[in-house]
Write a protein that binds this ligand. Structure first.
Ligand SMILES: CC(C)(COP(=O)(O)OP(=O)(O)OC[C@H]1O[C@@H](n2cnc3c(N)ncnc32)[C@H](O)[C@@H]1OP(=O)(O)O)[C@@H](O)C(=O)NCCC(=O)NCCS
Length: 259
């Protein structure tokens, strides 16, 4: 019998000597499913097929870090350099993941969804719907989220994610809409390939994720990178240093392979 006024949660059940995530005993999950599958389970409520689990893993690995330049990394390092502890510094990094950093995942998924809806509503080809939608966006002075990159012209993470998506058999309209957007930009003389945020947005939308949790997937993925940067800042650098956002160099292990 619940206490009067008891509120409910469907995420995890806790009883003495019993922890069950979305109904699955946590001890049974441990050692049997990957972290990617567990993230899918907790956000969606169901376990993914193994191939979709692999895709989730790939998304988490793809976003684990992007060097010292992203705003979240600079924010975390800056806060660490003031003497803040690990939690405070990492939280500062997470606070910097918003509409313009990481947020392209969610916005791209929504915008690709609009293209798909338009094609359905106007009974036209996806390419025509993409052309019309992007022309409207340009007229409103809006950018297509998830396309273009300051550093990469052909992002290796994007290619690999789409490859894994096809291998998992979940390629579909969102990936087709993303190709239509790339074609539109090519036709207008701009090379604005889909970036990793856009690719993750397209794949998560294809998997049926609610756009409202998509930036959360990026936060989950980037957290280990932020912890590594904060720990390095605290152990290597002096407090209150001037952190140059551009002029820094890599001095970690030389390029190596898994084999
Ligand atoms: C990522 C980004 C900031 C890189 O920009 P950049 O390479 O410095 O390019 P600029 O901002 O100087 O823009 C160059 C031109 O391309 C256009 N452009 C760039 N990205 C565009 C996009 N996503 N949609 C529409 N037009 C875009 C700009 O309007 C500009 O056009 P103009 O020369 O006619 O004015 C930019 O591509 C962008 O805003 N992308 C969308 C947001 C996003 O995906 N963020 C996540 C990045 S991982």
């Amino acid at each position: 019998m619940n206490h009067p006024g008891t509120w409910t949660t469907a995420v995890t059940e806790i009883q003495p000597n019993h922890v069950a995530v979305r109904g699955y005993d946590i001890a049974e999950l441990m050692g049997n499913i990957s972290f990617g599958q567990a993230v899918y389970l907790i956000l969606r409520g169901e376990l993914p097929d193994p191939s979709v689990g692999l895709l989730m893993e790939a998304i988490l690995v793809a976003s684990i870090d992007h060097g010292a330049t992203p705003p979240s990394t600079l924010a975390a390092r800056t806060v660490a350099s003031t003497g803040a502890n690990l939690g405070q510094s990492v939280a500062a990094g997470i606070l910097s993941i918003n509409r313009w950093h990481g947020g392209a995942i969610q916005d791209c998924a929504i915008q690709l969804g609009r293209i798909i809806q338009r094609a359905g509503k106007e009974q036209c080809k996806l390419q025509d719907a993409a052309n019309a939608e992007l022309a409207d966006m340009k007229a409103r002075g809006e950018r297509m989220s998830g396309f273009g990159h300051r550093v990469h012209a052909s992002d290796p993470r994007t290619r690999r994610l789409f490859e894994l998506c096809r291998e998992a058999g979940v390629a579909g309209p969102y990936l087709d809409a993303a190709s239509a957007v790339e074609k539109f930009f090519e036709m207008t003389g701009k090379s604005l390939p889909i970036n990793v945020d856009g690719a993750i947005g397209a794949v998560l939308a294809q998997l049926g994720f609610d756009p409202a949790v998509m930036n959360g997937v990026f936060m989950i993925a980037r957290l280990p990178g932020l912890v590594a940067h904060v720990a390095e800042e605290q152990s290597r650098e002096k407090p209150m240093r001037k952190i140059d956002p551009v002029h820094h160099a890599y001095d970690g292990p030389k390029s190596r392979t898994l084999k």
